[in-house]
Design a protein around this ligand. Sequence first.
Ligand SMILES: NC(=O)C1=CN([C@@H]2O[C@H](COP(=O)(O)OP(=O)(O)OC[C@H]3O[C@@H](n4cnc5c(N)ncnc54)[C@H](O)[C@@H]3O)[C@@H](O)[C@H]2O)C=CC1
Ligand SMILES: O=C(O)C(=O)COP(=O)(O)O
Length: 528
Amino acid sequence: MAPRVLISDKLSPAAIQIFRDRGVEADFQPDLGKDKEKLAAVIGDYDGLAIRSATKVTPKILANAHRLKVIGRAGIGVDNVDIPAATAKGVIVMNTPFGNSITTAEHAIALMFAVAREIPAADVSTQAGKWEKNRFMGVEITSKTLGIIGCGNIGSIVAERAIGLKMRVIAFDPFLSPERAQDLGVEKVELDELFARADFITLHTPLTEKTRNVIDRQALFRMKKGVRIVNCARGGLVDEVALREALDAGHVAGAGFDVFVTEPAIENPLFGHPAVVCTPHLGAATSEAQENVALQVAEQMSDYLLRGAVSNAVNSPSITAEEAPRLRPFVALAEKLGSFAGQLTDSGVTAVRIEYEGLVAGMNTRALTSAAVTGLLKPLLADINMVSAPVIARERGIAIEEVLREDADTYDSVVRLTVTTDGLTRHVAGTVYADGKPRIIDIKGIEIEAAFGPSMLYVTNEDKPGYVGALGATLGAAGVNIATFNLGRAAEGGDAIAIVQIDGDIPDAVVAQVQALEHVKHARALRF
Ligand SMILES: NC(=O)C1=CN([C@@H]2O[C@H](COP(=O)(O)OP(=O)(O)OC[C@H]3O[C@@H](n4cnc5c(N)ncnc54)[C@H](O)[C@@H]3O)[C@@H](O)[C@H]2O)C=CC1
Ligand SMILES: O=C(O)C(=O)COP(=O)(O)O
């Protein structure tokens, strides 16, 4: 069945075409995202949700999203998606980090000019026939200091444009390296210095708990008198009430705002001030940017739904479309090894070590580790998947260690899993054969070679004559058909193991009979 995607925001129709061309069913309901109740009622029918900023993906909506695998944000900011809730549910959240950045940077520059020269008010006055040539006295931006808060993709483009406009640019961004600052031609400064020196300030950070109210009342009054502030990033970065007071007091000379604490902004503390210019979250609103982000999000979502490729996910490691097919058998191996250990584990897991040897050490081991942890915890948490597994493991205090070794002895690639519980360490290893099928090659240091089947019996025993016959006879008498039978032992007469693939399920009573056989230490039915 073709995957189904709901487009619940005003995406460019380019997205619909891409989905359809790729074989994904796309429902275009551009106003649905604004109606939480309706969205919650239908989300259960979809594998993907494509959004912009009007759709708020809340835990309540995610609770109904039984089929959902991916949320694609045609744009940059994902603050309208509850990422922890999506991750816990195993839903990938991806954005398009570059598609609208030039457009948004241009809007910031446009707002800076609009504020500097009061263009909107002058336009209204002129078209009203007033010709108020003396009312509008602007400021030049040449040689002025622009303070950029957040010098990432958009901030850097703003910096380049501003330098082209002969401004002096200073930037505050804890993650901006001195080398990058030098390349850009900006001076890296602390926030206090930026406030003290800037004639114009523009914000380009995401909204996080750290950046909320980065411009608060105190900050405003530490700024130069006559400063002008532009916010094209997110409402909530600036305390709107405090800014209004600073404008009313004449301390701040103007503000250009595209984003607001509450959107759609029908009322706002900034509205009505003559030196304020507002736009309705138009930062990304050009035909070029909308085409870019729509195409990109549709490609990325289709790649994930159809090929398992992950790009630009904010809550999962990337997997390219090229590596996805190569990785797939190893994902299956890692998950099955995890599942093997998980099904044998009755007490809490405290640590997991995953060793990658040979060719597999050069693959995307982060994804493989997520798969192993998924398999390990699945017996406890049926809904866990590769997206949610690392977070769930962290929440449960499970220490995860990855070891990479370029060399492998007998096989091209080996994955070894060691699981530590309160009282025990369990070890299992496997490989993928040329047929693409995963095999177990080692259990607790005992070599064996067994494929995974849907239904298996795992027995540990003492290596004694007569045991194998007794096991076969017990299964035969119970009408349980053996598909494959693999044995291994540490040494003659020592610890031994058997892995038996069964056709159909093995009843609990038969497992109990096997457990009761002489020389058997432990018998367990496993399902994969
Ligand atoms: N108005 C609109 O329509 C649009 C708004 N945006 C907003 O612009 C924001 C920035 O976008 P990009 O530049 O693409 O993101 P980015 O991730 O490339 O850059 C963000 C920068 O902020 C910096 N940063 C993080 N915490 C900081 C802090 N506490 N103080 C100072 N800097 C900090 C980061 O180090 C990073 O360099 C987005 O998060 C989004 O909210 C993006 C597109 C359109
Ligand atoms: O990409 C972003 O972060 C934006 O804010 C753009 O928002 P929009 O898609 O225009 O609602």
